[in-house]
Design a protein around this ligand. Structure first.
Ligand SMILES: C[S@@+](CC[C@H](N)C(=O)[O-])C[C@H]1O[C@@H](n2cnc3c(N)ncnc32)[C@H](O)[C@@H]1O
Length: 279
């Protein structure tokens, strides 16, 4: 059923996603969701251990954030599993929704296909597609515009990248296709160039091995995506190793309404850390 780390990286990735969805839904009634690293809809095999993640999971009933409430509701029938980004999106988005999910693992891609079929039958989805293979293969074919995905032109397109890490080493390109490399930034920018209207990108990294210090990675991605009109509007971090970067293009509300995400996440995580220490 798919693996998940079960660490502060998951907390960062999905607290940030859920806050972006909540704010975006106030401005857009339709969402064109594209995920390069989809994972299983409900992952059951935990690879890591983290007392802060445990504390949040074990106290979802008292959770105040939209993330904790969604996590609780999504796993009420399957406790012990962890939802992927697409699951939080379908659960929280109010309005029309279309999805393109990329996943290279055959077993997980098959599960995603069955899950998307169910969502389509429940009319949760206007259009749902799963690409089994490397996201690079799918992105170079061109990405769906909202109208291609059965949505109105003014829909928001939200694109999600959750590699193992972002590396700034060009000579290491494709050493691990699960990472992102400088060469990928151009491919991403070009694929998004033909996507019209409002675009938001969430790109996360979960390690600085290499080393790939965060300031270097941030400036690499900032410079690369700025060429395609994507400006960074927020950054959430767990500390020196994991961060989630949010970029936007043609989104007039993004700068004003997303800029506080970084401080808000730090406050939320600090509170969870303190609470975890007390238990
Ligand atoms: C990259 S992993 C990372 C998840 C999480 N960020 C972590 O660090 O554990 C997420 C999912 O992406 C899939 N994946 C890895 N490389 C991929 C690629 N090049 N294209 C599409 N999916 C990929 C994996 O099979 C997995 O289900």
């Amino acid at each position: 059923m798919g693996k998940y780390k079960g660490n502060k990286g998951n907390l960062m990735q999905h607290w940030t996603l859920c806050e972006v969805l909540l704010i975006a839904n106030c401005h857009h009634s339709s969402l064109n969701y594209i995920d390069a690293h989809a994972m299983a809809p409900f992952a059951a095999t935990r690879k890591g251990n983290d007392p802060v993640f445990d504390h949040v999971r074990d106290n979802l009933a008292n959770g105040q954030s939209v993330y904790e409430q969604a996590w609780k509701e999504l796993t009420s029938d399957c406790p012990g599993t962890y939802p992927n980004s697409a699951n939080f999106v379908q659960h929280l988005w109010r309005g029309d929704l279309s999805m393109l999910l990329c996943e290279k693992d055959a077993g997980i891609a098959a599960r995603l296909k069955a899950w998307v079929d169910d969502l389509r039958q429940s009319e949760k989805l206007r259009c749902g597609k799963v690409h089994h293979g490397d996201w690079r293969e799918r992105f170079c074919q061109g990405l769906p515009n909202p109208v291609d995905a059965g949505l109105p032109e003014d829909a928001l397109t939200l694109v999600s990248f959750h590699p193992y890490m972002i590396s700034d080493r060009t000579h290491r390109y494709m050493e691990d296709p699960g990472n992102l490399y400088p060469q990928d930034m151009g491919a991403i920018g070009q694929a998004l160039e033909d996507v019209k209207g409002a675009v938001v990108v969430q790109m996360s990294t979960y390690s600085i091995n290499g080393p790939n210090p965060q300031p270097d990675i941030t400036s690499l991605v900032d410079k690369s995506l700025r060429v395609y009109g994507l400006e960074r509007v927020a950054k959430t971090r767990t500390g020196g190793d994991m961060m989630s970067l949010i970029y936007a293009r043609n989104v007039d509300w993004a700068c004003g309404e997303l800029k506080s995400l970084g401080d808000r996440f730090t406050d939320w995580l600090d509170a969870q850390r303190k609470a975890a220490k007390r238990t």
